[in-house]
Design a protein around this ligand. Structure first.
Ligand code: FCB
Length: 458
């Protein structure tokens, strides 16, 4: 049992969650710096001001990745580090940091996979309306140009936006992420529309200016429902439910993906959202629908459903005591098999898992090590499911585990530990967990080591 030749085994991180150095090197403030100052917004009043101090410790972190044997590293660039005001002047010191990071990665034989935007909107742009401003796609295009002009001789793998569902939905509708707004649904959909145009403009800029043969995708929340049994009725109910627009909230997947992949909003969504839907101007969809090279998917869990009497899905309640992560997210490894399969069938692009992992109650044991058997079991089960998709013909090209190391988990602060490497924040000491050593073996054998004698998954 192995994955395809050249499979992209990797790890993921994001700028605000690891870099720290928030006030160093000319970086401007972002909406997250603002939210972290708001009383009660983040667990224990914490912030990413220091985080993992990766800005200063990137060499050590790249060395740990090299030792782990990853082929690729998915990281994000902080827009306010490159453009402190969000537009206009470029901060040379900011770009120089990413220069150093990329050079270090390449010297270690690791391919950089760069996310252009992982939620750190420059605060100055928020003061001009942020994603509500119709100019925001052009702001993003200009920022993308600055990055591409500087780094595309060495970076050829790009993601435009990370999880629009979260930075628009959690950030602008629910108010639990930055910028912390609770806007009307219609305003959220307008901001969403602008972010889709920003995605499209960024793809155009990358294609037009890259100095190497660029491969471009995005990294959305790949939400889904998965079938309780493999009866055709259950599978069809789950598949249909996954791409149907059923509610007025941000978790309706086809609303986000169809414009980008098919060039139009889904009919059922237009009907349900009615006057709340944004007015699509001539030319908008041509910008939004740009050819992509792979489909990035962030997947952590998904609900199980079965076909009801009318063929539509019904939720199957989880048994009492079913496994939960430390974040209280359900453990549902099947989401990786069905997610890869459903999205591949619908959008017909090679699949790259851009995030998958869990928060676990890790600490340093008396022997000085960090033992995390739950993470090993979680990743093992998920990778077996991903392999099943691959072995049945889904073109799965990569898996980026979230995350290289423990980091600032947004509104949850440092409470959640997602890393393969433990970070002792007071000393910034890194301790590879047991799962790091386990993942190293998986990578070295291209997945063959997963084939140990395993108890049946269900
Ligand atoms: C995703 C985010 C990522 C991280 C994980 C746990 O939604 O993209 O930054 O917080 O969840």
């Amino acid at each position: 049992m192995q994955f395809c030749d050249g499979f992209n085994w990797g790890v993921s991180t994001a700028s605000y969650q690891i870099e720290g150095a928030a006030n160093v090197g000319g970086r401007g403030p972002s909406v997250w710096d603002m939210l972290c100052r708001k009383p009660g917004a983040v667990w224990n009043g914490q912030s990413g001001e220091e985080a993992c101090d990766h800005y200063h410790r990137y060499k050590e972190d790249v060395a740990l990745m090299k030792e782990l044997g990853v082929k690729g590293y998915r990281f994000s660039i902080a827009w306010p580090r490159v453009m402190p005001e969000g537009k206009g002047a470029i901060n040379e010191e900011g770009l120089a940091f990413y220069d150093r990071l990329v050079d270090e990665l390449l010297a270690a034989g690791i391919t950089p996979w760069c996310t252009l935007y992982h939620w750190d909107t420059p605060l100055a742009l928020y003061h001009q309306g942020g994603w509500m401003n119709p100019d925001s796609p052009e702001w993003f295009a200009d920022y993308t140009q600055a990055v591409v002009d500087r780094l595309s001789d060495r970076i050829s793998h790009w993601f435009t936006l990370n999880e629009q569902q979260c930075f628009i939905g959690l950030g602008m509708l629910d108010g639990v992420h930055a910028p912390g707004d609770k806007l009307a649904f219609a305003e959220g959909l307008l901001a969403a529309h602008h972010s889709m145009k920003a995605h499209g403009r960024a793809v155009q800029v990358i294609r037009a200016r890259s100095k190497t043969n660029a491969k471009v995708g995005m990294a959305p929340v790949a939400g889904l429902f998965y079938p309780d049994t493999e009866s055709p009725a259950d599978i069809e109910a789950a598949r249909k439910g996954t791409f149907a627009v059923l509610k007025k909230d941000q978790w309706q997947q086809s609303w986000w993906m169809d414009p980008i992949m098919f060039g139009h909003y889904p009919e059922d969504g237009l009907k349900l959202f009615g006057a709340d839907a944004p007015k699509v101007k001539p030319g908008d969809m041509e910008i939004i629908q740009q050819p992509l090279d792979f489909f990035g998917m962030n997947i952590y869990h998904s609900p199980r459903v079965k076909a009801g009497p009318d063929g539509n899905m019904e939720f199957v309640p989880r048994p009492v005591g079913a496994p939960l992560t430390a974040f209280r997210w359900p453990v549902e490894p099947e989401c990786l098999y069905w997610g890869a399969k459903f999205y591949y069938e619908r959008y017909k692009l090679p699949i790259v898992i851009t995030e998958n992992g869990l928060s676990n109650q890790d600490w340093i044991a008396q022997d000085g090590k960090v033992h995390d058997p739950q993470r090993i079991d979680f990743l093992h089960r998920h990778l077996l499911q991903l392999h099943r998709a691959y072995s049945e013909g889904v073109d799965v090209q990569g898996y980026f585990q979230w995350s290289l190391m423990d980091n600032f988990e947004w509104a949850e602060g440092y409470k959640e530990r997602f890393g393969l490497i433990y970070v002792d924040y007071p000393t910034q000491k890194r301790i590879p967990k047991d799962s790091y050593h386990w993942y190293k073996e998986v990578i070295a054998t291209n997945g063959a080591s997963l084939e140990l004698k395993q108890p049946a998954i269900r």
